[in-house]
Structures are given as structure tokens and as C-alpha cells.
Write a new protein. Sequence first.
Length: 163
Amino acid sequence: MSKKTDIWMPLYVGDYLADTTHLSTAQHGAYLLLLMAAWRQGGRLPLQDSQLAAICRYSVRSWQRVKPVLLPFFRQEGDSLVQPRLLAEWERAEAIAEKNRQNGRKGGRPRKQPLAVDSLLARLAALPDQANPALNPDETPSPSQTHSPWGDSAPWTPLTRTA
């Protein structure tokens, strides 16, 4: 089990509440404790009543009373109980964690290489002089440059600094 899947668990609140409206407050607590224990144990819970009671913080006798309400959320697979949605989410999270581990072994995501200043200057120099008046500040603007760049007919003059 990865550290990532050990420290968080997705909880789809709307789905949870839609499926558990019939539970009492104590039963909600017990069910959530079972879900969290299953998450930490790879999506699986033991079958033994004594262990399930301990997970829920119940005595075995109290567990026997709440068991018929909570066990329908789970299904038996081999020698363990699984909650199907939780198991699918755990497997998905574990697959993502494994992919991240493999990428980490390769050095992680490749970093973007910054453009060198020389490369940027070369790109600016390659632009036509007319398109980049900053390269020729002594040049007078052509008539096409004295009109608004937005296409209206009003003359446009560059801002000049006044003393």
C-alpha cells in the first residue's frame, strides 16, 4: 500500500448520503470506521465479528445488533469483505500512485527549458524593421502607422513624453 492511499480517501458525499439515509448516527459512525479501515487495508475487511466489532469500537454483542444493518453494504470475496465502490476507488488511487512512482524513478516530469536570451534577441532581430519600431527609434512612422491599429479612420499618433 502506498503512503498516498494511506493518508487520504475519496468520499463522494452525495452518493454516501443517498445510500445511508436509513442509518442512525451511531451506525453512520460505525460504517465510516469500516470504510476507513477497509481503505487502509487495501479495500478489504476481515470476516471475523470480533475484528469488525473492534474496528467499529463496539462490543461483540453491540456489533451483533448493528451487523444486519451494515453488512448489506459489503459483499464477501474469499476470506474478506469488500465494499465495491471503495475497492474500485482504492484500486484507481493505487494505480495512479504506482504510475507516479514509476515517473519518479525516471526523474519525474521533464522540466521546460527556458528560452535563452540570445535566442529571444535573435528572434527579435529576424523581425522586419517596420514591424518592430523599437529597433529603429529614429525612424518616422509611415502613413499607415499614423492611423489607429483598430482600423478606424482617426489618425493615431504614438504617445510622446512631454517635459
